[in-house]
Ligand binder design. Sequence first.
Ligand code: ADP
Ligand code: MG
Length: 209
Amino acid sequence: MTTIAPAQLADMIGAIARRLRSERDALNRLDAALGDGDHGTSLSAALAAAVEDIAELKQPSAGDIWLTTAKAVMNRMGGASGAIFGTFFFKGARRLRGKERVSKNDMEAVLQAGLQGVKARGNAEIGDKTMVDALAPAVKAFCGADELASAWSGAAKAAREGAESTRELVARRGRAKYLGERAIGHVDPGATSIALIFEAIDDWRTEMG
Ligand code: ADP
Ligand code: MG
């Protein structure tokens, strides 16, 4: 697979939604330790809404699919992280405007714009114990690979390592900030969902052959 067609992109969003749904309770438990325990429920509901909205589109382009995902996340997720995840998809959607299919170069632009948007919106950098700790290394690995297949698998591994790295950190953003040292020993839920998203994409891509 050298480019991603609209139907494939829709299928990929579906694979992400299924993974987040099956990990929903585990994500809630991570958020219960560091925040208010809603992260799995709100993120999986947002992606389920995106899947429903995408199914309503008539002959969508890749850009239409990404924008529909952005709107669903922004409108239905709520909370601080709804705006942050929504920003991720919105910034990427601008890079796909009018695009029928997605090449590796296009996806690089989508991911880089999404990462910049998340960092700006949340005022977060690597080491703050947020989703940026998984997203930044994932984007870097993706861009450093020379084709789509190895880009997804490299990004998935980097995201998981990044998520694990948050375990030892004190949080400087989000609700976990108020826990101070007590945040140490718990992985960040948002970083974990980023790892799950890239792992879901990598598994989907492997199954596609
Ligand atoms: P809420 O904190 O509103 O309940 P969620 O529980 O859905 O939102 O998501 C929490 C996740 O959001 C955190 O684990 C973290 O990864 C991410 N997050 C929180 N604040 C920020 C921020 N300022 N910048 C980047 N990510 C953040
Ligand atoms: Mg929460």
